[in-house]
Structures are given as C-alpha cells and as structure tokens.
Design a protein around this ligand. Structure first.
Ligand code: C2E
Ligand code: MG
Ligand code: MG
Ligand code: MG
Length: 288
C-alpha cells in the first residue's frame, strides 16, 4: 500500500516537473523576442514618506504578456531571464523606459525619484555603469533622480569585489542603491561597511505578518540602518494599522497597496490616491 502510494507520488512528481520544465523552456524561448515584439510594459507604484506628507519615489515593476502563454509574472520570468542572460537586454529596456517615463510625465513631475530593480547578473555585466550613464544622458535625466534596487545576493557573490566597484561607480555618479527584500537572504552585515548603500527595503513577508518574531526583525533592521545612517523602506503595506506600526518603529518610507497598487502610469490621479493614504496616516498622528 505504502509502496504503491510512493510510486504514484513519484510519477505525479516527475510529470509535474516535466510540465514545469516545458513551461520554463517556452518562456525562455519567447523572452528572447519579447523586447523587439514590444511585449513588455511597466507598472509604477508609489513609495511614500512615513515622516512627511510626500511621495518619495515610484518603483518600476516589469510586466509581460505573450500571445502563446498569456501574462507571466516577474517572479517567474526574471529568474529564467537571469539564467539565459537575456536579463541584460531586458534590464536595459526597463532602465531606458523608466527614464523616459520620468522625463515625459508618465510619472508625475512631483515625484522626485524613480526606483528600478537590477539583477546581480546585470550589475556585473560589461560596462554596466557607463551604460546607465549614457541612458541617463540620452534622456537628460540627472543621476540623483535614479535609485537602483538590488537584492541581498550581491553580498554573497564570489564577484563581490566587482560588485563593490560597480556600486561605488554608481554612487559616485549620484545614484542611490537600495537593498531589496532585506531579511530574506543571507546578507553578511559586515558587507554594509564596504558597499555604498542608501536604504534597506524590508521584505513584505515581515510586514504582512507582524507577530513577535517579524516585529523583532523589522526593529533590528531599523536599528542596523540607523547605525549605518541609512534609510528603511517597508514594502507590502496593505493596511493603515500596518503603516502606523511601521511609522512608530521608525521606518523611513512605506510602499504597498494601502498607498497604491502598481499601475500603468503614475499621474495626478494616482498621486492624489497616494496622498490620501498619507493623510490618513499623518492625521492619525494627531489623535494618538
Ligand atoms: P520587488 O522588487 O520586491 O517588488 C515588490 C513586489 O511586491 C511587486 O511584485 C509588487 O507588485 C508587490 N507588492 C507591492 N505592494 C504590495 C502589497 O501591498 N501587497 C502585496 N501582496 N504585494 C505587493 P511584482 O510586480 O510581481 O514583482 C516581483 C519581483 O520581480 C520584484 O520584487 C522584483 O524582484 C522582480 N522584478 C520586477 N520587475 C523587475 C525588473 O524590471 N528587473 C528585475 N531584475 N526584477 C524585477
Ligand atoms: Mg524592488
Ligand atoms: Mg522588494
Ligand atoms: Mg520582494
């Protein structure tokens, strides 16, 4: 009985695995043409200040839909693009389009900075910082308006000398580098000393379940950031209650559905939506 169940389980598993590999293969193939077929689009989500009634930034999130497969989320296709190396060209497209959005008014001119996600593979690719420089120049955009978000895996990488070098080049240009999904990876905190990091983005998994342990991790992250004189941004803020707790813990900025979902543009309407969330947060200060 057990044996039969075990075997059935194994067959089921390998069929699942086969289907997944097939899908990954199809995605990898389609991704190669996705830029030239104009299958990508960008979504924009506000990052707001926990300390003042202001929108700090807008994060750019990549969206993809291809006829034969339909919409595929970045959590699925980004890692495939990293494996094939296509992330380098895709990342350039994102950066270029984000700068265009910033300088053409697709992102409201009242938003001071735009935050773009960058994969490790991109960061260590040939001439990354000079490519960024020329994209900025082609849009007449000052480097101080750009934030690059990288995940903690930059700390564990065997090329960390290269990583440190590139990050210094970027920060010398005036670009801020933020650590995304902080707390989920294996970051060697001593590396914070060697790297020019401007902010830690606390992962949404800690924000969305703020029980004892998660709260301790958030408090710890804020403490570390304070010591290093850098900012903290909490992602995945969906309720006023979460926003208030994070604000009370000293988190600098907030991002999440409560202030606005990722949308195809960030104009006057989306801006005032974010501001009304902020008003609720800052008005509630007075009543405490
Ligand atoms: P991320 O950079 O940590 O982005 C935050 C993710 O959380 C986004 O998922 C966003 O839609 C989602 N999110 C924001 N607020 C909330 C909230 O209140 N509740 C919940 N449940 N979720 C929220 P998305 O757009 O699916 O992106 C997933 C990940 O894919 C990103 O995580 C980022 O790591 C990666 N990614 C997206 N665009 C790019 C890109 O252009 N380049 C690279 N290299 N990676 C990207
Ligand atoms: Mg991000
Ligand atoms: Mg994140
Ligand atoms: Mg994340």
């Amino acid at each position: 009985e057990i044996k039969r169940r075990g075997r059935g389980g194994a067959r089921y598993f390998s069929e699942e695995l086969f289907a997944e590999q097939k899908r990954n293969f199809l995605i990898a193939q389609r991704l190669k043409h996705a830029v030239s077929y104009r299958e990508f689009s960008l979504a924009f989500q506000p990052i707001v200040s926990a300390r003042a009634a202001q929108v700090d930034s807008c994060e750019v999130l990549l969206r993809w839909s291809t006829p034969s497969i339909g919409p595929v989320g970045p959590d699925e296709f980004i890692s495939i693009a990293e494996d094939t190396g296509d992330i380098v060209a895709i990342g350039e497209y994102v950066l270029d389009t984000a700068c265009a959005a910033m300088t053409s008014g697709i992102i409201s001119r009242a938003v001071p900075t735009v935050a773009v996600n960058v994969s490790l593979r991109q960061l260590v690719s040939q001439k990354f910082s000079s490519r960024v420089r020329s994209i900025l120049d082609s849009h007449g955009m000052p480097a101080s308006k750009l934030i690059l978000e990288v995940t903690e895996n930059i700390f564990e990488d065997r090329n960390r000398e290269v990583v440190a070098w590139v990050l210094h080049e970027l920060s010398d240009m005036g670009i801020a580098v933020h650590i995304d999904d902080f707390g989920t990876g294996y970051s060697s905190l001593s590396r914070l000393n060697e790297m020019p990091i401007a902010a830690l983005k606390i992962d949404k998994s800690f924000v969305q379940n703020m029980s004892k342990q998660e709260t301790a991790i958030i408090q710890g992250s804020v403490m570390i950031a304070d010591r290093f004189n850098i900012e903290t941004i909490a992602e995945g803020v969906e309720t006023l209650e979460q926003a208030r707790k994070l604000q009370a813990m000293g988190v600098t900025s907030l991002q999440g559905y409560f202030f606005g979902k990722p949308r195809p543009s960030f104009g006057a309407k989306e801006y005032s939506e974010a501001m009304s969330g902020l008003r609720l947060l800052h008005d509630s200060d007075i009543s405490v």
